[in-house]
Design a protein around this ligand. Structure first.
Ligand code: SAH
Length: 243
């Protein structure tokens, strides 16, 4: 069949617009995140997030990670339900937590709480390898499929209790926990490299939580900075409750 130039052009336009249909909404979301970063600077200490972080946010297709049927809300700067009582975090919080890790291209990162897989995708844009653990099996499986479908080959996903970290893959340059812990899991500090950073929401499972950045120094000592009051779903698993 002979295809006219005009038809070829039309086909090219259709596939380009099919790929980029969400790009303007994504750019608008990134602008909203930048404004929010400026407005929260006195608390977070970061008036603007790094260029690499913002370009990852502008690139990762959040609509691929939201619940089926919820794509129209994917680029609103707010958390969304993803099933099994869990949520995909607010994009501003994803950007803030990512920025706080100060990732370098060669870094190996651990994420606890894969959820939708969106945060793992953002991390995968900035680091060399991302290990991510999810305790709810159907969520972890779906996220792994979506990460593969989106082309992320540098994310290793597994089902399990992230309270114990991921011993076989440790140590990590950076660790991010995306569910609220009652206390900082000791295994996560152990599995950080010297100069490594841990970003984790800590506090009551129902009310007050604070986002912490914990830096481990070369001698193994840790330094903690409180960043912002936050609201996350609880980190489950962990040690058996004390009697
Ligand atoms: N990072 C996710 C946010 C998910 S919400 C995203 O980008 O969508 C937090 C997730 O942590 C939930 O899916 C919850 O099931 C999971 N979670 C809670 N406790 C966990 C644990 N001990 N180990 C691994 N995952 C856990």
């Amino acid at each position: 069949m002979k295809i006219s130039n005009g038809l070829l052009f039309a086909i090219a336009m259709t596939s380009a617009s099919a790929q980029d249909i969400h790009a303007p909404a994504r750019a608008k979301m990134a602008d909203e995140i930048a404004v929010m970063a400026r407005d929260t600077a006195s608390e977070t200490g970061r008036a603007a997030f790094g260029l690499r972080v913002m370009s990852a946010i502008t690139k990762v297709e959040r609509h691929r990670f939201v619940a089926t049927g919820d794509e129209a809300n994917a680029y609103r700067n707010r958390p969304l339900a993803i099933g099994n009582g869990q949520t995909i975090s607010q994009p501003y919080i994803v950007a803030l937590m990512t920025d706080l890790l100060d990732l370098k291209p060669g870094d190996k990162v651990l994420e606890i709480g894969t959820g939708s897989g969106y945060q793992a995708a953002v991390l995968a844009e900035l680091a060399s390898t991302v290990y991510t653990i999810e305790i709810v099996e159907p969520l972890g499986r779906l996220a792994a499929q979506r990460l593969l479908a989106a082309g992320y080959r540098n994310v290793i996903a597994r089902i399990g209790d992230g309270y114990q970290g991921w011993r076989e893959a440790a140590p990590f340059d950076a660790i991010m926990v995306t569910a609220a812990a009652r206390e900082v899991p000791p295994a996560l500090i152990e599995q950080l490299k010297p100069d490594g950073k841990l970003v984790i929401p800590v506090g009551s499972q129902t009310s007050h939580q604070e986002l912490l950045v914990i830096t481990k120094s070369a001698d193994g000592a840790t330094q903690t900075r409180r960043v912002l009051a936050v609201r996350f779903v609880p980190l489950t698993g962990g040690p058996a409750p004390k009697k």
